[in-house]
Design a protein around this ligand. Sequence first.
Ligand SMILES: Cc1ncc(COP(=O)(O)O)c(C=O)c1O
Length: 403
Amino acid sequence: MQDLQERVDELKELGLYRRMRVVGGPQGPHVTVDGRDVLLLCSNDYLGLAADHRVREAAAEAALRWGAGCGSSRLVSGNTAVHQELESELAEFKRSEAALLVGSGFLANVGVVGALARAGEVVFSDALNHASLIDGCRLARAETFVYRHCDSEHLEWGLKQAGDRGALIVTDGVFSMDGDIAPLHEIVGLARRYGARVMVDEAHGTGTIGPRGRGAVAAAGLDGQVDVIVGTLGKALGSYGAFVSCSADTAEYLINTVRTLIFSTALPPSAVAAARASLQILRSEPERVQRLADNAALLRQELRRHGQAVPDGVTPIIPLVVGDADAAMAVCEAALERELFAQAIRPPTVPEGTSRLRLTVMASHEPEELRGAAATLAGATKVGKPRQTVREGAARSETLPAA
Ligand SMILES: Cc1ncc(COP(=O)(O)O)c(C=O)c1O
């Protein structure tokens, strides 16, 4: 058996070694990283809600009133009125009949894919889907067909091959590492034509795009036409946890089949209460979503002005592709030296040869900070020489379903 230290050494040689940095202070435009004051440009706290005093107070009050933890899964003794209330509010927000809280986005994706795609069936998954959807496909007893990124023709080809075994199409709504948006109209049309369900992961769409931050599905005018939407509470909503929005019948089925819900402790009341407070703020202060969009547009524009190749987009996720893993790390470290923190993202999170800084803006960034960030990044990237952004499918094998 190979020594674990040898495996770690291999990762180091490949430029894929990871370590955790220590972040000080609540999420916000400025934090400390390993003791150094920096501008934060890689947080998913898109709306600046994690540190909002109303959200913090809600979390603290809930902890004092209900305790720190729920003691068991929701199907045993862990389900409380606050969980139910947040579910009703999330269903209203997403305009769905029901919403179901799950421990995290990762748990939701892994559990829901397995529940919806069964042995003998085929699940269709975009090549750049998040790791949790990939692992959901791996754990499900169904076969997986990986279609090329956002390629509806390839998806249709796979659906045809699968015949009546096609069960589920899964896609990120907003892709986490590229910030582009799935062709949801085409996907929903194909699902109807070939009799499959659709599941959209709105981890990065919830709170960031669409009318009043309702997500990519709402932005596409597809409310009520997607079978299952997964949203997270830990990104734009500034808390922790996740939810599934769907029809009442689907929710009933999921409560009975999603293993990561049934066999995992309920979300703590503090996380639930914090998400409720955030949702309330999102409702009463929709201008935050507009500010986020304005900030994203400004950073794209400023990066281009400084000669950086950034893809078009409307989401707060902006990939600055460097290419080689070591080079991406060098750019990240050079930016840190200049007091800007944007973590380098390397394989297997992104395909080989597309290592990058994944820049994310927040509604709470000041325009001046973003202008400064673009200039800083222009200096830092000289170290790693970023190349033109190239979109390539992930290097994953495609198992074609035998018809
Ligand atoms: C697209 C996507 N889905 C799901 C998740 C997992 O969500 P959570 O952090 O709540 O587990 C993430 C988090 O990185 C994500 O980017």
